[in-house]
Design a binder for this molecule. Structure first.
Ligand SMILES: [Cu+2]
Length: 213
């Protein structure tokens, strides 16, 4: 079971968010992820000419949390209720196999359209608590880790309700070209009328960079 944190979603607002979000998210095919590159300001700013590092595996450990719960981490202050993935800037080597492990502590569902391509694992493989998945149910989704310019989407399910976390492991191949690629979350987990402001528009929260060198 999953919970709804009233502080972030007032009664009645959720229906509005769901009703409007499909305008952006229900473009249909999985390739819709690529369309988001248009709003990812620094996506794909590659540094041409730098050689790929080649084989190897880079492992990245991230934590998905709500600011108010971040005390133990001491990372964020002053953004009560904002969700975040930390650290938001991730460094990997060009051409490496990248294994991103996210411990997701957020137990709030922020649904997309039922047919949203962002519920699917795109551009890599994913396990949830060790079990391979190809998609996350819409009534279980909290956030996504989406890199539009690379065609990557990792749906992140909510934490378990026992106060623990869900472990999501997403594996993909880093691009051969060095550069900075923006990642973002596409669920309406932010503030504002449609849940797409605040954390969703702010680097360091539901947005950051995959830095390939
Ligand atoms: Cu999010």
């Amino acid at each position: 079971m999953t919970g709804i944190r009233p502080k972030r979603v007032a009664a009645g607002r959720r229906a509005v968010r769901i009703a409007h979000w499909p305008v952006a998210a229900a473009a249909g095919a999985a390739t819709a992820a690529l369309a988001l590159a248009a709003c990812a300001g620094t996506a794909g700013t590659s540094a041409a000419g730098r050689p790929a590092a080649g084989a190897g595996t880079d492992r990245v450990e991230l934590i998905g949390k709500i600011d108010a719960d971040m005390g133990a981490m001491g990372t964020f202050t002053g953004k009560d209720g904002w969700p975040a993935v930390a650290p938001a800037d991730i460094h990997v080597r060009a051409g490496a196999t990248v294994v991103i492990t996210i411990r997701e502590y957020d137990d709030m569902v922020t649904p997309l359209a039922d047919n949203s391509p962002f519920l699917q694992v795109i551009g890599g493989t994913e396990t949830v608590n060790g079990k391979r998945v190809r998609a996350v149910r819409n009534d279980m989704i909290a956030h996504t880790f989406t890199v539009p310019s690379l065609g990557i989407n990792a749906p992140l399910p909510v934490a378990s309700m026992d106060g623990g976390y869900t472990t999501v492991r997403f594996t993909f191949r880093a691009p051969a070209t060095a550069g900075t690629y923006q990642w973002l979350c596409v669920t309406p987990c932010g503030t504002g009328d449609y849940g797409i402001s605040g954390a969703m528009h702010t680097d360091g929260w539901m947005r950051g960079h995959l830095i390939v060198s």
